[in-house]
Design a protein around this ligand. Sequence first.
Ligand code: 0GY
Length: 308
Amino acid sequence: MKTTTGSFEKTPGWLDWFDGPAKPRFALPAGAVDAHCHVFGPGAEFPYAPERKYTPCDASKAQLFALRDHLGFDRNVIVQATCHGADNSAMVDALRHSQGKARGVATVKRDVTDQALQEMHEAGVRGVRFNFVKRLVDFTPKDELMEIAHRIKAWGWHVVIYFEAVDLPELWDFFTALPTTVVVDHMGRPNVQHPVDGPEFSLFMKFMHQHENVWSKVSCPERLSVKGPKALNGEQQAYQDVVPFARSVVETFPDRVLWGTDWPHPNLKDHMPDDGLLVDFIPHIAVTPELQRKLLVDNPMRLYWPEE
Ligand code: 0GY
């Protein structure tokens, strides 16, 4: 039996802990891509990895596709999350059921076969993700990652990197030696209590300035914000402390930015973000229709659907 929250149709089990995302007030441009989201399980069908550092809520492909339609997106890029390790079956299954409206980013190990890469490519995988966030993963030797990067380059794939700002200096040489397009998750997780023109974020901007193969997702204000969804002074501008960071990346590198919801928001314990509100954040960081079209349509299409 289906229940309805506002205009949003809920199936049983649909985010039981959250009363449904709002309908965004910001109308997404036609063909918009949610370029960072996940599917989790369902665990009974696609078990979580034994080595995982957290167990998420189940978040199925059907729920993701319903959210896509509810928010007004046209397509998804589904990113393999650490709780599924290097078993990409749930993500690949979602791609295969998306009717061409989803592409994927996988996690692979050195022993991945060429046949497995080919099957993933045919399903719609276009990148691999290297995760350096210590609370999420154990260390993988850099020579193994570099070997993977060179193999996937042959498929025209790119590398997505997830790290925290304090670790950029140590990871710099590795990142700048990667042979593919490199997409940074969530602007390299800056500490938004530091100044936007301070040394930490300036190093990130320098990373992008000096390396034209580096792109950034300007996503996850809900992870980066200290102020949260409502500003302390009572204004309704959500996550306003993240705006200067994301806006400067969008305006400086308009052709190398992507945006995603990060649904279903793993590991967020203090508040569960409203995806409708997250969409309403977009015009604060991409303030013109042209920037919005690049961020939401042109750039993700160039990277994930270059044949169209
Ligand atoms: C995100 C962020 C997180 C989790 C993962 O792969 C993951 O498990 O990326 C996080 O906890 O910050 O982008 O989904």
